[in-house]
Design a binder for this molecule. Structure first.
Ligand code: NAD
Length: 486
């Protein structure tokens, strides 16, 4: 059953000022209309910024306990509603129900983490003469704009909204137009937990309309974005110099298999990192760099494993890989399989468009089979460009120097993983690689919610790390230095 949904601005649910709308459909069955959402514009953004601007100073002036309490309550509500919201996430984004539950259940922990940060925010005092105090005070930045992608529609948004409100800011939130319902659910949970009505505004719509309107609005004090490098770069170019900007962007992540690796273990790690979440994770494994003596044996294992992967609707029992999230993603991923062939690589397995096959279950969704690409020329686009789908390209290397050089040769630097028990190689690799996340004997995907997260090069603008760690609140606060004399 489909429903007409609204923005949440100024404490009320309402349509876009201009009346425009867009449709939200199930990527596993495009006949399934999930809902109609407002396609907002400059006027909606102006109203949202005005409402949030008027509300955050009172929130910031209140007690940190009160801010923490809202986030603790939101965690309880999220924990209670996690399975129900996970089912909607599978319907809206396509990921398997297990993946959706993992994401939804984690939001409660995320809210609790930032409830703690509300209580832990502090400044420092500095050595000075006896007749004065010099100290620093952390204050909120004001109106924080949150622009998020569709692949983790709950967790990407929660890890921005929760620290923003913990620090006393107000939030203008634009979820991806591919997953607007998940954006709405998060806002509902926060409101039910007692977040003041004007402290958050939800403005739905496309990047080219409402996304740009937010970026251009001079009332935004900080903008935190997760998405593609192309859009991140555009935001960086058009945002006001007075607006603080955090950009978390794409990756071209590699798993590096050294010559001592256990091949079954390596294959299992790669399969999980490359095909889990239908390959649509910013940390997804897209390249496999393997010591030359192991190349053929690893290729055989990966090909066999990918050939057996169970693809189907995310809600179905036993399905390991759901559909990709949009028609554009589907076409783009398949185009990279064609590029592989054109460039002289060999598609060892997969890369088939299931929509065009005889199986009627797949006719109305964006299902494809996971692909393993072998004999990839060193200059191939498959080894450089972010595909963001279940396609993995193999390349052999000779020695650790070459492994390091190839791992770092792309413009991205998000996650890299190593499969080896050779500690000296691990230590050297971890120190020298230009990736923000280095994992050993585990997939490139899957990160701790309380550890710093972010990439190097085109993967992140390095404004401050996201998630946990000492610096996470730096983005959401400004430091004022006070000289207190008698
Ligand atoms: P996207 O860049 O197309 O869109 C992200 C968000 O930006 C959406 O809400 C979109 O509507 C908005 N947007 C689009 N154009 C805009 C514009 N001109 N101005 C302002 N906003 C605009 O990305 P996507 O397809 O939603 O997500 C996939 C991308 O996200 C991949 O590149 C992936 O690697 C990246 N990602 C990165 C991380 C990370 O933490 N580094 C995590 C998840 C996803």
């Amino acid at each position: 059953m489909s429903e007409t949904h609204h923005n949440y601005v100024g404490g009320a649910w309402s349509p876009a000022a201009g009346g425009a709308v867009f449709e939200d459909r199930n990527p596993g069955d495009e006949r399934d209309l999930i809902g109609i959402f407002p396609d907002s514009d400059d006027d909606d953004v102006a109203a949202a910024v005005a409402a949030v601007s008027s509300a955050w100073p009172a929130w910031a002036a209140g007690s940190p306990e009160a801010r923490a309490e809202v986030l603790f309550k939101a965690a309880d509500i999220m924990a209670r509603r996690a399975d129900e919201i996970a089912a909607e996430l599978t319907r809206e984004e396509g990921k398997t129900i297990t993946e959706a539950r993992n994401e939804a259940r984690r939001i409660a922990a995320n809210f609790r983490l930032y409830a703690g940060e509300a209580l832990r925010l502090n400044g420092e005092s500095y050595a000075t003469e006896a007749n004065q105090f010099v100290f620093s005070l952390r204050q909120p930045v004001g109106v924080v704009a949150v622009i998020t992608p569709w692949n983790f529609p709950l967790s990407m948004a929660a890890r921005k909204i929760a620290p923003a409100i913990a620090a006393g800011n107000g939030v203008v939130f634009k979820p991806s137009e591919v997953t607007p319902l998940m954006g709405q659910r998060l806002v509902e949970v926060l409101l039910e937990a007692g977040l003041p009505a004007n402290l958050i505004a939800l403005v739905h719509g496309r990047g080219a309309t409402v996304g740009q309107a937010i970026t251009r609005h001079r009332g935004i004090d900080a903008l935190t974005f997760t998405g593609s490098f192309a859009v991140g770069r555009e935001i960086a170019r058009s945002v006001s110099t007075d607006t603080r900007v955090q950009l978390e962007m794409g990756g071209k992540n590699a798993t590096v298999v050294l010559d001592d690796a256990d091949l079954d273990k390596a294959a299992a790690i790669i399969q999980r990192g490359a095909f889990g979440l239908t390959g649509q994770a910013c940390t997804g494994t897209s390249r496999v760099l393997v010591a030359r003596p192991l190349y053929d044996a690893l290729l055989d294992r990966l090909t066999a494993a990918a050939g057996k992967f169970k693809v189907g609707p995310g809600g179905e029992e036993g399905v390991q890989m759901g559909p990709v999230a949009t028609r554009a993603q589907y076409d783009k991923i398949l185009s990279y399989v064609d590029i592989a062939r054109d460039e002289g690589a060999r598609v060892a397995v997969g890369g088939e468009a299931l929509r065009d096959t005889r199986d009627a279950r797949f006719h109305h969704g964006y299902f494809l089979t996971p692909a393993v690409i072998a004999d990839v020329p060193a200059e191939s686009r498959l080894l450089r460009e972010e595909i963001f789908g279940p396609v993995v390209a193999l390349r052999a290397f000779d020695g650790l120097d070459e492994a390091l050089a190839i791992a770092d040769e792309t413009e991205y630097g998000l996650a890299v993983s190593l499969v080896t028990n050779h500690l000296p190689s691990v230590i050297r690799f971890a120190r020298e690689t230009r990736h923000g996340v280095v994992k050993v004997n585990s997939p490139t995907t899957g990160v701790s919610l309380n550890a710093p997260f972010g990439g190097f090069k085109h993967s992140s603008n390095q404004a401050a790390k996201e998630q946990g760690g000492a610096t996470v609140m730096d983005f959401y606060t400004r430091i004022k230095t006070i000289y207190l004399g008698a």
